[in-house]
Design a protein around this ligand. Sequence first.
Ligand code: UDP
Ligand code: MG
Length: 348
Amino acid sequence: MSENNFEEKNKDGNGNGENGNGNGRKLVSIVIPCYNEEKNIDRTIEGLLNIARKSQYNYEIIAVNDGSKDKTWEVIKTYADKYPSVKGINQMTNFGQSAAYQAGFDLSQGDYVITVSADLEIPLDNVEVVLRKLEEGYDFVNTHRVGRWQNDEDATNAGRSQKSGMANKIIGAISKVHMEDRGSGMKGFTRIIVKNLRLYGEMHRFIPDCASVYGARMMEFEVQFSDRDFGVSAYKGNKRTIKVMLDLMTLGFMLYFAKKPFYALPGRLFGATGAVISGIGFAIGGYLGFLKVFMGQSIGYRPLLSVAILMIIVGIQSMMMGVLGELLMRIYFEATGRKTYTVREVRE
Ligand code: UDP
Ligand code: MG
């Protein structure tokens, strides 16, 4: 280090450290999950290329083929071979939308990352609106599809709009994140959120809630929805209502522990309740022992005896759970390299 540590810094030396290939432009990564979209993906990529040509940003378009049974990958390949800014990922099999997003996120390098559905359900020019919002300082931008399923003639879509509205309200009540349309395919992220998000199972439904864990500034704006011209939605029918309900329970626990990991310490939680329960158990046991030894009463027939034994066992079990929880949490953070915090900026 120089001896000038206490002199003022030269102010012009930085500012061009963005990912946009050195021409000072920021890089935007578009991630498109594709499952059986052979009839849609060409129009989606063409549309995005058109936006990219007119844009003041550099773009990389990442199309993820999620084990399609049709010619989706063939189409993606021709674009990836033709355009340097188009990249294709071919998953070995159908891992689901969350995994497809994650694969795209892992490859992406953009300062901003935007997910786009392959089926053109949202007009593509909204990408630029998402970018404006990210530029304004939001870390996560969601879109709300207006008029979705409302006058749908397809009977399998009956009640979808109401159910989805309900689901969003219930999830919001649990996570305290209020968004109208979690299922919308167009979402924008800053690099830092993408780097931290880990989408397991079917967690793509809870992206806003997961993003909130890292302290993301969030917003949502309305977009026009039009149903796909080709192919079918991957999520028809009633099967997923129960799945979402079950996932919600997991989410509730995850959010509770994730927001302040070492604050709601499992050791404290289970340790304290366990100590209280077994404490009461020992007290009752002591009282019965006193009756037996000093008063000569027989206690074998008393229900209180079972209560005491039960409370001692449950209490000790609970304390052990707390210890295990503490260990697991440390292992989790060490093994995943995850931090217990996210930093927006460090200034030196
Ligand atoms: N998708 C995927 N893997 C799947 C299911 C869906 O990559 O297992 C993609 C699909 O190709 C689309 C997006 O995820 O680009 C949203 O799916 P879809 O339009 O079928 O769902 P909906 O819009 O009805 O929620
Ligand atoms: Mg769709």
